[in-house]
Design a protein around this ligand. Structure first.
Ligand SMILES: Cc1cc2nc3c(=O)[nH]c(=O)nc-3n(C[C@H](O)[C@H](O)[C@H](O)COP(=O)(O)O)c2cc1C
Length: 174
């Protein structure tokens, strides 16, 4: 597999020569990313094992906001950790929170342990899937609970994680 190098910086003309040299002297594929494109590439945060355990408690709350910015919050017991930077839930009712994520993909998910006074808030951008492997996974889980097929599987690509614990309230972890 060819290695890839992305160059960023305001001095594009100067970078051009460096990039050319790297291309000639190494086997890197070299690309330039301008400011507009850089804004599109959101860095993802890492969900630790400790956070994953808390998410698996099934006590996540999803916060969304629609076009007008009116906040909405509700439990999503189906939240799972898909990988180190992705959460996902099955959308059951297709009501307000679903409308909101279609209008505005920015969401937060909070999970807390009231006994230990700890918790995390995961903020990110959703990706909605109405068919496919993940959708069928939630459909199977809902069927086991005698629930209807989900309106969608909703992935949350996590960009920021905040600590909600009493020890470090609101501290940005990632
Ligand atoms: C314990 C619990 C878990 C829930 N889990 C989910 C879930 O995983 N997915 C979902 O779509 N709705 C779930 N719901 C229902 C939603 O929280 C909510 O009632 C529904 O989505 C309608 O709210 P909305 O109009 O704000 O979307 C759950 C409700 C409870 C009480």
């Amino acid at each position: 597999m060819k290695k890839s190098l992305i160059c960023c910086g305001i001095l594009k003309n100067e970078l051009k020569y460096v990039m050319q040299e790297i291309r000639e002297k190494t086997d890197f594929e070299v690309d330039y990313l301008d400011a507009a494109a850089r804004k599109e590439v959101k860095e993802l945060a890492t969900i630790t094992e400790d956070m994953k355990a808390l998410v698996s408690s099934g006590r996540c709350l999803l916060a969304t906001a629609g076009k007008e910015g009116r906040p909405n919050i509700g439990p999503k017991g189906s939240v799972v950790v898909l990988d180190d930077s992705t959460l996902a839930y099955g959308e059951l009712t297709g009501k307000q929170s679903y409308k909101n994520v279609q209008d505005n993909p920015l969401v937060s998910i909070a999970v807390v342990d009231y006994d230990k006074f700890t918790g995390y808030r995961f903020s990110g951008t959703v990706e909605i899937e109405t068919s496919g492997e993940l959708y069928e996974l939630f459909a199977a889980r809902f069927a086991e609970m005698k629930l209807p097929r989900p309106a969608a599987a909703v992935k949350v690509k996590v960009e920021e994680i905040h600590d909600l614990s009493a020890a470090n309230p609101g501290g940005k972890i990632a």
